[in-house]
Ligand binder design. Structure first.
Ligand code: NAP
Length: 246
């Protein structure tokens, strides 16, 4: 029996990252998912236990240099890595005039600087294997902008630029790098939005008249990781119910 291909998904304890981890496991990958907490790690492992190649949950707090260092050490222990999904993300919304430096820095660190830390650590085994798939989770707001989210939008626009630059750098090793930009997806991240705002937004702005489900995003990520998707690189794919048509 050949060894399974390994996929790493950051922020796999909940929401979109959890759905991506399950989708990749369904496709036959052995999945490592990360969470900032032990209960998150347990949740990942119990979900991945159902699959023939049992996955693992690892602790990773992208805001903590110590946590990033021990994550990097754990990575050195894995024999190969076929897929990396940079999914973990946070929002700390505020109008720029009121935005505290901590709110700016926290979002840039977890959403954008994380791509430097995690991808740099993961790329070596891919270069060695002369193959790999990297998928970065952006957002529709990287294209449209959104008042009250300068930090978040800057981080997501940065992710899309990073995607295009890295795609060019690693193409000689047959590694593809793409971004997926979700619209408004039903997860904890949008829970702070008042119900009336959400309902009006769906009615007025989303042609398909519903919020997205995490699995709608996982489906696109899974597609990019199929063996036949190897000629797609440097692109951003929008999955948003028609909210934005680029
Ligand atoms: P979510 O339900 O809030 O889940 C966020 C995930 O990120 C969790 O697994 C969380 O881990 C992890 N995370 C948070 N802070 C972290 C840190 N400091 N270090 C490492 N991991 C951390 O969010 P989601 O809606 O699924 O979002 C997933 C991605 O999609 C994000 O990049 C987000 O920007 C993007 N996105 C979401 C939407 C949407 O409408 N939901 C739209 C566009 C883009 P813990 O459980 O351990 O905290």
């Amino acid at each position: 029996m050949s060894l399974p291909k390994v996929a790493l998904v950051t922020g796999a304890s909940r929401g979109i990252g959890h759905a991506i981890a399950i989708r990749l496991a369904e496709m036959g990958f052995q999945v490592i998912g990360t969470s900032t907490s032990s209960p998150g790690v347990e949740k990942i492992e119990s979900a991945l236990n159902a699959f023939p190649y049992k996955g693992q949950g690892w602790i990773l707090d992208l805001a903590s240099p110590a946590s990033r260092a021990s994550f990097k050490k754990s990575l050195e222990g894995i024999r190969s890595l076929s897929v990396l999904v940079n999914n973990a993300g946070i929002a700390k919304d505020n109008l720029l005039l009121r935005m505290k430096e901590e709110e700016w820095k926290a979002v840039i660190d977890v959403n954008l600087n994380a791509l430097y830390y995690v991808t740099r650590a993961c790329i070596k085994p891919m270069v060695k294997a002369r193959s790999g798939r990297i998928v970065n989770i952006s957002s529709v707001v990287a294209s449209t902008g959104n008042a009250g989210q300068t930090n978040y939008v800057a981080s997501k626009a940065g992710i899309e630029g990073f995607t295009r630059a890295l795609a060019q750098e690693v193409a000689p090793w047959n590694i593809t790098v793409n971004a997926v930009a979700p619209g408004m997806i039903e997860t904890d991240m949008i829970h702070p939005l008042p119900t009336e705002y959400r309902d009006a937004f769906i009615k007025q702005r989303i042609p398909l008249k519903r919020l997205g489900k995490p699995r709608d995003i996982a489906h696109m990520v899974g597609f990019l990781c199929l063996p036949d998707s190897g000629y797609i690189t440097g692109q951003t794919f929008h999955v948003n119910g028609g909210l934005y048509m680029g």
